[in-house]
Design a protein around this ligand. Structure first.
Ligand code: SF4
Length: 442
């Protein structure tokens, strides 16, 4: 029986000190259960999520398929080369691989799947079955996400996972922020799955005994009428859910209420910066920093807990603006904040711009991990920016700030369970920050 091993690599701790490992996967990805469901029944399938699993490089198999998110691509390459030394065919895919396919081919990876895998993966398996070979590049974008099979969730539930399973809703994003890998790959396209298909998967998650799910979607309010219908259909299930969204949701009172009433408990928002100039330069002009606080307040009052992504190192950032960022997070009482240093990821528009203008410090991509400044910001020295990054994290994840933003936050009276959860997440992040590791979405 032919066999494929799917591997989600972990990443190295800052400074390459060792691999990041955890006891549990809090937000397991969906791509492997989905690709497994698209693989013919006569194939044996194994899934390895390296943050909790060990890899046996001598395990016999026909194909090793490695998914890549951000900086973990470099660990993915090491894994690939170990398997190749043992004569295995290796294919790499995912967001990061899609942005640097040429680099992967130069490093002798057998095949790269660019962008969507729903057509490419079955084609790759067919090629291997018929010829024993696979092509160097599979680049077949999908025009629809209709009729996707039910993901093989059992491949996740056999792992130590948290209390949620993933369900795919939409893919891509209508916006074109210059630093964003989604924008780079989907170029303003946002495709949604039929609501009936999404509901089928949510029902399956419920049947498996889960009371919570998270909707995988780069911007769930990308199509407001779609979200309205989906949230209305979710409500009767009495489940809790989370997703990623833009603050535009809070500009539509009716939709915000429908979403909150449907059981949405946490939404993650990309605020990016507290300076308008910084956002404008990253082609995120449609976000207005003077509205951040008010829109976050509306979301909290609706009963949804905001979690945020912000970055420092835009051209408007200074030591003062980073100190101001800390004050903003405390004032807005953001229960779950996360921070990165602006990083021009290879393949993005920002990378090309910085390269053209001589603003890259180097092209040692192993250092492009979001915790070290790799470009020349306009108003702050690169070393100072990195120092301020850790300063910001140490202040935001101090015990006093954590308590103010979570259990001592007035919103906790209305939503105590979520704020206790936020407390646990913050303590978890604090544990990582103290070891100079940026917590991410494992
Ligand atoms: S809104 Fe978010 S997902 Fe969409 S392009 Fe901008 S950063 Fe990327």
């Amino acid at each position: 029986m032919p066999k494929v091993i799917f591997i989600q690599p972990t990443q190295y701790q800052t400074g390459g000190k060792g691999l990041c490992k955890q006891k549990k996967i809090h937000l397991p990805g969906l791509v492997f259960p989905l690709l497994a469901a698209m693989t013919p029944d006569n194939w044996d399938i194994k899934v390895i999520i390296e943050v909790v699993d060990e890899i046996d490089f001598d395990e016999p198999c026909d194909i090793v398929a490695i998914g890549t998110m951000g900086h973990a691509i470099f660990r993915g390459l090491e894994i690939a080369h170990e398997f190749q030394k043992r004569g295995r065919l290796v294919v790499m895919g995912g967001y990061m691989s899609s942005m640097v396919p040429q680099m992967l081919l130069e490093r002798k990876i057998d095949s790269v799947v660019i962008g969507d895998a729903e057509i490419s993966w079955p084609q790759l398996i067919k090629d291997y079955t018929l010829t024993g070979k696979i092509k160097p590049i599979y680049d077949i974008p999908v025009s629809t996400l209709d009729n996707l099979p039910l993901p093989r969730y059992e491949l996740l539930t056999e792992k130590p996972i948290g209390n949620m399973l993933p369900v795919q809703a939409g893919r891509g994003c209508p916006h074109l922020c210059s630093f964003c890998s989604i924008a780079c790959i989907y170029k303003g396209r946002y495709i949604t799955r039929p609501v009936d298909d999404v509901m089928r998967d949510i029902h399956r998650v419920k049947e498996l005994g889960f009371k919570r799910f998270y909707l995988i979607d780069d911007n769930i309010v990308g199509n407001p009428s779609y979200l309205e219908e989906l949230a209305s259909r979710i409500k009767p299930l009495g489940m809790k859910w989370s997703s990623q969204c833009s603050l535009n949701l809070a500009r539509n009172d009716k939709l915000l209420k429908t979403v909150a009433d449907s059981g949405c408990e946490i939404l993650s928002f990309g605020l990016e910066s507290i300076t308008q100039e910084g956002l404008d330069k990253l082609n995120k002009k449609w976000v207005k920093v003077n509205e951040h606080e008010e829109l976050l307040r509306k979301i909290t009052e609706a009963g949804i807990m905001p979690s945020t992504e912000m970055m420092i190192g835009t051209d408007s950032d200074t030591v003062e603006s980073i100190i101001e960022t800390f004050r903003f997070v405390e004032k807005a009482k953001i229960p779950i904040p996360r921070f990165y240093i602006l990083t021009p990821m290879p393949g993005s528009e920002l990378f090309e711009e910085f390269k053209r203008n001589g603003r890259l410090l180097h092209e040692d991509f192993k250092m492009y991990d979001g915790t070290t400044c790799v470009h020349k910001p306009e108003k702050i020295a690169p070393e100072k920016l990195t120092e301020m990054y850790w300063w910001l994290n140490s202040r935001v994840f101090s015990i006093s700030s954590i308590m103010k933003r979570t259990v001592l936050n007035r919103a906790a009276l209305k939503n105590p369970g979520s704020h206790l959860f936020a407390l646990a997440v913050n303590l978890h992040y604090r544990h990582y920050i103290r070891r100079h590791i940026t917590p991410n979405i494992f």
